[in-house]
Write a new protein. Structure first.
Lengths: 1066, 500
């Protein structure tokens, strides 16, 4: 009582000295559903004083009559309300969109005031994720968070998302962030083809298993200092997901979300409409290209002969031929959740379903996903038990990409401009079967391909946690968490036995080309079981000593990841299109593999703050990894961060300055190797010819053999180390109407663990070593402004900007300072080259005279290539810019996001193949009349070896002996093969969402609490530079990591989506 | 239960689920090194060498020996057919991988593990053959510093003579050790089924053909060594082959696995071999080539003329115009056809050459010449040897020069589709068949100006110096990763022994 009186006296004295204090009371409610909000922080601006609302949302606080109250709650926008002498202030809090929230969940699930952070962390409200209605959690934030590059590698349903935070740092390891769901790391393995050239597919990555409607909050931790506690797997950043839990007082607690979405083609190459089927300028009956004569509208006979008949077509272009091939894709999704809570326990149960059949005809591109989650907690005395159990079941079908006969899009790109693709739909028409298809040259009917080839993936996933929190003392808590993530997946690939079906007795089988030889079908099935177990034991302590706040934690982490896979495959299918292991006369080949790794870590963190103005955090972790040699197994990395909220020191700042904070951090993260990189291996022997393989066992001759593995293990591997520092400033003005957050970071990843290619003469093809250093420096900025903010109408604009400078700092001398990341045999390659950005492209380019003219061969008239491949650019964007806007009038809101990416190159096989076939619009250049390459010269070398240049007089033509126009375009035109690397800049209208929160008074007396209707579109438009008439540059064929930046290899085209959604709350 | 007990129980349960042992980095997908014996490794050596000489090299050497041409409507081997390949085509890189990182590295393992003289001889013979293949392609090869792993990541390239002398020395040493104390072979052996005598004969035959190349290089002392070997006459019987193939995945015969699987549309017959086979009424033509589908004739394509034949022909030039390479020989499919590493015919032709040039024994030369052709007929399963050998254009006779040319020409025929790599080497050593002085276009227009069997410069020839392919380029892999790789050479630069 005495203490109370003293406090009261102090408060009163203080109050009298400044202004008259008033006791303000009121209720805080949620603007979205009108429910009372407990635990809302109510602070008196400019002071350290505050309180929180009770379970009914009520509060009471003493405040100067001319003061200002700030109401804040995680996931909601702050409400800043001047008191103006009022005694009752009821406040309605708006759910936040993407905005820096006051409370941020940091590593290990620790909630911190945003002010306390000395590093960049972006927190995204679950509603902002789910309103985009994407089937995964990441694609909805593409272009919306600075420093985070999100791309869908394919628009096929269920394909993987690439998330790269602050540039590529690891040349051989993963560059994807660690996903942590409710404190448990998640297996994010991506399932895509390792042979994208011949059979590309992408069945998505592990994080796709999360149901977006289950997400309460997502926080992205970017820098090393922010992620250090998560250990080596967090070297590329962390995506922390907190799922929804049961809440009290929100009606019955049932929520339903359901919608339908359509997808249509977004981007196709621009094709020429002047020339049709043929080659070298002549009409042919069977070519897969448009190098024929100019269209003249006459009737033409073409293709195979069946039953003494042949097909006829008008010799005219079909301008929308390809567009007409694609359907409208349709997706249904439903999700339902129940939740509730008492004082001691809460629960949340959800079920979701997505069924998506993309825009490719047939269901060869489809995705079905079901998720089921149960979460709950129960408090017994001082212990809170909580659990989260998630089950996800998915099934994908993928329409194969790549250059083979089994690639639908490859066939379409090679279709002459006058052959109707939709005319190929009837598979009962013999002319539409491979046996009588109009061309035998490596492609066949796309409809037939879709019907008869199989690429299927299915998985069952279970992940979750068990957690116990024990409040030993008021300030001391012990947490134990067991996380488990298991998955059983099955992958199937089937190709029909074309030889058996069409090898004899058909036109293409009997005549000419023997297209079907060796094409006897195959089927393979493999099953992989993955399991990850994670333990965390953690002690946390917090206390307040005068103006000092102290939080400390220490913990231990144990993690084991294992996988086992079995596969079997057959060739020579007896029943040509039945995919079953028994369906063959030859023995199946079988394979198995397994891997296991363990990591132990101990970590500690100390946080101290003074008066909520100065914050300091020191953290450290030591890991012990099974994948490193014993001597180098243990590695330590520290981090330190500081922030200073200078605005709190300024007087009268509330008028214009709402927040001013500078921050700085420095941290390290170590990264271990992949399993089994340290020792020599003895593999079952095999040989490789030009194309064929010769592998033991030779079953009929009875031989088996083993060979010393070609990759030299290293007993001296040490961990990869990333060191990063970061400086940041965030400021907010005019009651947060205008705010910005800028950061500069500098990240160096040294001692990269790499399987480095070796000259085969050493006896090995590669050695595992630590090499080289990569740096990424960058600027991230986010600006948010609300030009209009009234009770009824609000308009906000947000921009985020990222610029990253990537650089390979060093590579071993022996390598000549470069290492290849991915390249075509003899073609363009993506390299790490010292002094250049990661992912620098080298390609064949034409020789040029000193004054920059193209050197052409005087006898052919075609460009002459430089002796060696040259650098033509790199994969990195110059900058990315995201623009978002939200307009809200009463309960109707309209939001839109624009994603702008400038610069960078990617390989486009779509360009390559449409140049080869003469379909691309560029190939109609000069009406295909003879021409001399503009500005070209011939190189003349005299007897003394002096080189001079003379104007080129040699023209190239389409027909006759000098049929070089085809060679010219097929060779990449004046850029030669370097021309296959296209500018990947784009501007995309990522999303538009219109939603209407129906007035609650309409159903005041029924059990419905809230109804929200929304209409949305995503990937609605894409704009590319004029030079890219070929692809949506977001498409990639080489997976979702570094190699994915190589480009596309006849990737299926991208799609736009639009849909309707209904949300009910009961 | 108290809270403490709860937690203890939980902790215990947790430990059951994960062990703390970090010594788990031995790859469970592979057998332990201690279980690997030489016996398990040696077949891997033979397999890798087979994939090289009977598959990768078999193809391009088939073009260079002017057996094969690129089918008119296909593009797979354009650069090989018109000699416009370069280092960046990586044509030899696959062979380089098979030879060094598979065969030679595994031989190192075998030689570390065995002490038996027959086993050492077999491993050394394979090693000599692997290096010989490399030198015959690129002239220089990493040898003295090769195969040292990370201890020497950039081994120097030795000149071909050093390598030849080195492997000849290794092989003669191993031979002598075996002959001094013959052991029975113990290692699993896919070539001779552990017949050490055959290995001795194979080693001698390898030496014989290397000696011929040394002699061609101007090292006249090798004449005596050739004579000694032929007089000793301890050579292998039958063909040196690997005969293990069956219609199972990755168990199929090389040419079938690599080229048939790409579609039968890539190889057609070249003009020189067809003209010669037709002119000598050789029944072996059907072993390798089919009549064209257009007219039912044997028609070879002028080398490097795929893009031009249409113009020359004044109209179409399609697959139907030319003779196809017969992919389905031997067993009706080619799937189980053995891979030939050294044919008896090849050996007998060398013996015939030795008798004719160095021993002056015409009867023995004739006998060897006829034995060579008969062995080839037998291996190919073609009837009609007696009638063929009596034919005026092939019967033994004429001047010594004419006889020598007969040996070379018939060797060219016998090696066709059997050992193309060896054929290309022997063409370079012997300069037979000779290169026609007529252009392909002229021969196409008027076949009478051409002597059947002469090689023809490709109509589109990527070699600046003109003429024929004399060597293969250095591997791109070595260029990229080993700064000791010599400066790039041209395809028209001969290998070290090809100076006469």
């Amino acid at each position: 009582m005495r203490k109370f009186l003293l406090t009261m006296t102090a408060v009163l004295c203080f109050g009298f000295a400044v202004a008259q204090n008033v006791q303000v009371t009121g209720i805080a409610t949620a603007a979205d559903d009108g429910s009372p909000m407990p635990a809302v922080a109510v602070a008196v601006q400019g002071t350290g004083r505050g309180t929180t609302t009770d379970l009914d949302g009520a509060y009471s606080i003493s405040v100067p009559s001319n003061g200002t109250l700030v109401f804040s709650f995680m996931g909601y926008e702050d409400a800043v309300i001047p008191v103006n002498g009022r005694r009752v202030i009821n406040v309605s809090l708006n759910p936040g969109s993407i905005e820096i929230d006051d409370v941020v969940i940091t590593a290990m699930g620790i909630k911190r005031s945003e002010k306390a952070l000395g590093y960049a962390a972006t927190s995204i409200n679950g509603d902002a994720i789910s309103e985009r209605r994407s089937s995964d959690i990441m694609s909805s934030i593409a272009g919306r968070v600075s420093g985070v590059q999100v791309a869908s590698s394919s628009s096929d349903p269920g394909a993987s998302q690439s998330v790269i935070i602050r540039g590529v740092s690891s040349l051989s390891g993963s560059n994807q962030p660690l996903y942590v769901i409710d404190g448990v790391p998640m297996n994010n393995t991506a399932h895509y083809s390792s042979d994208a050239l011949n059979s590309g597919y992408d069945f998505g990555n592990g994080a796709n298993a999360v149901n977006p409607d289950d997400v309460e909050n997502m926080t992205i931790l970017k820098g090393a200092a922010a992620t250090a506690l998560y250990g080596s797997r967090a070297a590329n950043g962390v995506v922390m997901i907190t799922t929804k839990s049961g809440k009290k007082g929100q009606g019955i607690g049932i929520e339903y979300n359901g919608g339908v979405q359509w997808s249509t083609i977004l981007r196709l190459p621009q094709m020429q409409n002047d020339f049709g089927m043929g080659w070298y300028g002549d009409k042919t009956d069977d070519e897969n290209g448009s190098w024929g004569p100019r269209f003249d509208g006459t009737k033409q006979i073409y293709g195979a002969i069946y039953n003494n008949s042949q097909k006829m077509k008008p010799y005219s272009p079909l301008e929308d031929n390809i567009k007409d091939f694609f359907d409208i894709g349709i997706r249904y999704n439903n999700s339902l959740s129940f939740n509730g809570a008492t004082d001691k326990s809460d629960y949340f149960v959800s079920f979701s379903q997505i069924s998506d059949d993309g825009m490719i005809p047939t269901d060869a591109d489809s995705y079905d996903k079901y998720t089921f989650s149960v979460r709950g907690s129960h408090k017994v005395d001082k212990v809170t038990f909580s659990t989260a159990l998630n089950y996800a079941n998915q099934k994908n079908s993928f329409a194969q990409t790549g250059q083979g006969e089994s690639s639908m899009y490859n066939a379409i790109m090679q279709t002459p401009r006058d052959i109707s693709i939709i005319g190929l739909k009837d598979l009962n028409d013999p002319f539409n079967t491979p046996g009588y298809y109009y061309t035998p040259y490596g492609i066949t009917n796309p409809y037939w391909v879709l019907e008869n080839y199989k690429h299927e993936y299915s998985s069952e996933r279970f992940y979750g946690k068990f957690q116990a929190d024990y409040d030993i003392l008021k300030n001391l808590k012990l947490t134990y968490r067991l996380g488990l993530d298991t998955e059983v997946s099955t992958t199937e690939h089937g190709a029909p036995n074309l030889l058996a079906m069409f090898g004899t007795g058909t036109y293409n089988g009997d005549n000419g080309a023997s297209t079907f030889d060796g094409n006897e079908g195959s089927y393979s099935i493999s099953s992989t079981r993955r399991m990850e177990i994670n333990h965390d034991i953690m002690m946390t302590y917090n206390t307040k000593i005068n103006d000092f706040n102290i939080n400390a934690l220490a913990g231990f982490n144990g993690n084991q990841r294992s996988a086992k896979a079995f596969g079997a495959g057959i060739t020579k299918l007896t029943i040509p299109t039945w995919y079953n292991l028994s369906n063959t006369t030859s023995a199946p080949t079988v394979s198995q593999s397994e891997s296991k790794r363990r990591l132990m870590g101990a970590y500690a963190q100390f946080e101290g703050s003074y008066k909520d103005i100065v914050f300091l955090t020191v953290s450290a972790r030591n890991d012990w990894s099974s994948t490193l040699p014993k001597e180098n197994r243990s590695f330590f990395y520290p981090g330190v961060t500081a922030s200073f909220v200078f605005s709190d020191l300024l007087e009268d700042q509330e008028d214009w300055l709402s927040l001013g904070k500078v921050r700085a951090s420095w941290g390290k993260t170590g990264n271990d190797a992949s399993p089994y990189m340290t020792n020599a291996t003895w593999a079952q022997a095999g040989g490789r010819g030009y194309w064929g393989e010769f592998n033991f066992p030779y079953t009929s001759a009875g031989y088996n053999a083993y060979t010393l593995g070609n990759v030299l293990g290293s007993t001296t591997l040490s961990p990869e180390m990333t060191t990063e520092y970061e400086l940041g400033l965030n400021m907010a003005f005019f009651n947060n109407r205008l705010s910005f957050d800028v950061a500069y970071y500098n990240r160096n990843t040294d001692k990269q663990i790499y399987s480095l290619d070796m000259d085969y003469a050493t006896g090995f093809s590669a050695q595992n070593i630590n090499l080289g250093k990569v740096s990424n420096k960058g600027i991230e900025a986010m600006v948010s402004v609300s030009p209009v903010r009234t009770d009824d109408f609000e308009w906000t604009l947000t921009a985020n900007y990222t610029k990253n400078w990537s650089k390979v700092e060093s590579l071993p001398e022996d390598l000549g300072g470069e290492a290849i990341i991915y390249g075509l045999s003899g073609g363009a390659g993506m390299y790490a080259i010292v002094g250049e950005p990661v992912g620098t492209f080298k390609a064949q380019v034409p020789k040029k005279s000193p004054d920059g003219k193209i050197v052409v061969n005087s006898s052919t008239g075609l460009p002459v290539a430089e002796d060696d491949m040259q650098i033509v650019g790199d994969m990195n964007y110059d900058y990315t810019l995201g623009l978002s806007t939200t307009l809200r009038y009463k309960s109707v809101s309209l939001g839109a996001d624009m994603d702008i990416r400038q610069g960078g190159l990617m390989y486009s096989r779509t360009k390559d193949i449409t140049f080869f076939t003469g379909n691309a619009i560029q190939t109609a250049y000069n009406d295909r009349n003879d021409f001399i390459i503009p500005n070209s010269v011939n190189e003349v070398t005299d007897a003394e070896g002096n080189v001079t240049y003379v104007e080129n007089q040699t023209a190239i033509g389409l027909t006759g002996y000098n049929s070089k126009i085809y060679d010219y375009w097929n060779g990449g035109g004046t850029e030669m093969e370097g021309g296959w690397l296209i500018d990947k800049s784009y501007v995309k209208l990522r999303s538009v969402v219109l939603s209407w929160d129906m007035p609650k008074r309409w159903f005041k007396n029924i059990f419905i609490k809230d109804v929200v209707m929304s209409a949305y579109g995503s990937n609605l438009f894409v704009w590319t530079p004029a030079s890219n008439t070929f692809v949506d540059p977001e498409m990639s064929s080489f997976g979702n990591d570094l190699e994915g930046n190589y480009g596309e290899w006849s990737a299926n085209p991208s799609s736009r989506h639009f849909g309707f959604n209904l949300k009910f709350k009961f | 239960m108290t809270m403490k007990k709860y937690l203890l129980t939980l902790g215990a349960a947790a430990l059951v689920l994960t062990s703390c042992d970090l010594d788990i980095n031995d790859d469970p997908n592979y057998p332990e090194g201690s279980t690997i014996t030489a016996d398990l490794v040696f077949p891997s050596v033979q397999n890798a060498i087979m994939a090289t000489s009977c598959d990768i090299m078999f193809n391009y050497a088939g073009f260079f020996a002017q057996y094969f041409e690129q089918m008119p409507e296909a593009n797979q081997f354009n650069e090989i057919a018109n000699y416009s390949i370069t280092e960046s085509d990586q044509t030899i890189d696959r062979a380089y991988l098979q030879l060094y990182a598979r065969a030679l590295e595994d031989i190192e393992v075998v030689l570390e593990k065995v002490t038996n003289k027959a086993d050492i001889l077999a491993a050394t013979a394979m090693r000599a053959f692997a290096f010989q293949l490399m030198v015959d392609n690129t002239s220089d090869a990493p040898y003295t510093e090769a195969l040292q792993g990370s201890a020497n990541p950039q081994p120097k390239w030795d000149d071909g003579k050093t390598v030849y002398l080195g492997i000849i020395d290794e092989l003669t040493t191993a031979l002598k050790a075996y002959q001094d104390a013959p052991d029975a072979m113990t290692m699993t052996d896919m070539m001779f089924d552990k017949n050490a005598g055959q290995w001795e004969g194979y080693a001698n035959a390898l030496l014989l053909r290397m000696y011929f190349r040394m002699y061609d290089a101007g090292l006249s002392e090798y004449k005596d060594k050739i004579v000694a070997l032929v007089n000793e006459n301890k050579f292998f019987k039958g063909d040196v082959k690997i005969d293990i193939f069956s219609d199972q995945t990755d168990n199929r015969s090389p040419f079938y696995a690599s080229y048939y699987a790409l579609g039968r549309t890539n190889h057609c017959a070249a003009y020189p071999i067809i003209s010669y086979l037709v002119s000598t009424s050789d029944p072996r033509i059907d072993y390798c080539f089919s009549v064209n589908t257009k007219d039912g004739d044997y028609v070879g394509q002028i080398p490097g003329s795929k893009a031009l034949s249409k113009t020359w022909n004044g109209g179409d030039w399609k697959n139907a115009n030319v003779s196809w390479v017969n992919y389905t020989l031997f067993d009706g499919s080619g799937i189980t056809r053995p891979a030939y590493l050294y044919t008896q015919a090849n050996l007998q032709f060398l013996i015939a050459e030795a008798y004719l040039r160095f021993i002056n024994n015409d009867a023995a030369a004739k006998a060897a010449y006829e034995a060579a052709i008969e062995a080839d007929f037998d291996t190919k399963g073609i009837a009609g040897y007696d009638a063929f050998i009596a034919g005026p254009k092939v019967a033994w006779g004429g001047s010594n020069d004419a006889k020598l040319k007969l040996i070379y020409m018939q060797k060219w025929v016998a090696l066709c589709y059997m050992d193309n790599m060896e054929s290309w080497s022997e063409i370079r050593r012997t300069d037979v068949p000779v290169l026609s002085n007529k252009k392909g276009s002229a021969i196409f227009a008027d076949a009478t100006i051409y002597n059947a069997g002469e090689l023809i410069e490709p109509a589109e020839n990527g070699l600046e110096a003109g003429g024929l392919m004399k060597r293969m380029f250095y591997p791109k892999k070595a260029r990229d990763l080993n700064k000791n790789t010599p400066a790039a050479k041209k395809g028209s630069d001969p290998v070290w022994w090809d100076i006469h």
